[in-house]
Ligand binder design. Structure first.
Ligand code: 8DG
Ligand code: MG
Ligand code: MG
Length: 144
């Protein structure tokens, strides 16, 4: 029903944790172009957050994930973009099902490539929703 104008959409983004590192890729998109972001995408009709997390990570990187856990939700309006959008984003953390798996860049039109980055030495610039979380002191790792 596009006749009532734009509406917020639901995004799911995944902190895929391996040791002290997280998986990030440099975006190729009008939204956040050339910034480092988490794998993730749009929640499909009827889908659980965990299923969406696993599906998007698989589609974008080929990786199979496990131990999905809800972390937090953020409200991300992108109103100053050429094409304004607004996402409510669910953040899920997860682990690799098999720690030996290597990420593949399966959507090279949307991402320059995936790599593991030390949480204490993240690349720049981060996609602004992620930058905001880091600046606010958010940490996706379990307390041990
Ligand atoms: P899809 O067609 O595969 O469902 O979508 P996508 O192309 O993979 O979508 P996306 O842009 O990767 O994710 C959907 C939106 O989620 C994105 O446009 C804005 C929001 N989002 C954030 N932070 C992050 C993040 O760190 N990673 C990703 N992937 N999306 C994020 O606000
Ligand atoms: Mg996707
Ligand atoms: Mg995506």
């Amino acid at each position: 029903n596009g006749s009532e104008g734009p509406v917020p959409r639901v995004g799911v983004a995944v902190f895929l944790l391996r040791g002290k590192t997280v998986l990030l890729g440099k975006r190729r998109s009008s939204l956040g172009d050339s910034t480092f972001a988490l794998p993730g995408g749009h929640l499909e009709f009827g889908e659980s957050f965990e299923d969406c997390a696993a599906r998007e990570v698989k589609e974008e990187t080929g990786l199979e994930i496990d131990k999905m856990e809800f972390l937090t939700v953020t409200n991300n309006p992108f109103l100053d973009e050429p094409k304004p959008s607004h996402y409510v984003v669910i953040f899920i953390r997860a682990l690799l099902r098999d720690p030996q798996q290597v990420p593949q860049n399966l959507e090279p039109n949307k991402c320059d490539g995936w790599d593991w980055y030390d949480w204490n030495n993240l690349p720049n610039p981060l996609f602004w929703p992620l930058e905001n979380m880091v600046q606010s002191g958010f940490n996706p790792f379990p307390i041990d």
